[in-house]
Design a protein around this ligand. Sequence first.
Ligand SMILES: [Zn+2]
Ligand SMILES: [Zn+2]
Length: 297
Amino acid sequence: MGPIVIRVNSAARPRTRPGFTLIELLVVIAIISLLISLLMPALASSRKSGQAIVCASNERQLAIAATAYVNDNDDWMNPLEDMYHPNGVEVEATYRVLIYTYTGGTPKVYDCPSEGKQVYSDGLSPTDIAYGGITPDPGENLSQLFGIFHPLERYNSSGIGIGGAHWIRVHDPDAESKKSSMPFGRAKESGYFEGLERMARVAMSDRLIWFGDGGSGSPDLWEDDSFWIKRTTEDFLAPGFNRAAEDDYGARRHRNKANYAFADGHSELLDANDIPCSESECWWSVKFNWHKSNPVH
Ligand SMILES: [Zn+2]
Ligand SMILES: [Zn+2]
């Protein structure tokens, strides 16, 4: 049997060279474009998943570093921030400086890869300076301002924050009537850690949030203090804290959820609405039923 020849138009010119016609090329390009458009969401999605995994890993590393700090400090948990006097100069420094050596000197573990704006490992950026409304010394190299006792360290933003929803300043004018409820606060110069807790006092370490996706940098929150997960209402110690309700965008960072590392070192991806802060249970307090025993401060 000979070759089958279909002749559509006897007047059509026979093809004299191999290759694609313009129509064929356009069809191929259209198909490739379609495939790319189908793949892109999947690629973006897997990229987001990867970032969430790195974030969870960073938070667990922070929990491990903070646990090492606890072991080296007679079971006292690290303060959220405090006044320090290196070289005789008073410096208000964050927990990040205190546990820095325990992270192996790795500034990136304080950041979430999904957060581009609040980045600790890039030092004191123009964004941080704008948030803090501060005037740095023009001669200083601010890109390395992390993990050191420095007056401007606390203005360096973090993508990951330390838990401090019920945190109270010792120097609060009404501090005496507010019993300490959280493991974070200021150490007194005398060495008495008012406002702090020993790890042994933690009732359920798998129900105490130690770190989480931070970033309270929305305009109506405390922009210049973005290293901790905070409560913006006046009544710091009352039950009912809900990051989502307070419009803390860090709580929605990973597909409307956020990563949290607990005091036992495990991490979870949680919806802010599912984190208890009630009289029966509070994951922001050392005693999980703290609001029941201290309903009004
Ligand atoms: Zn994250
Ligand atoms: Zn609570």
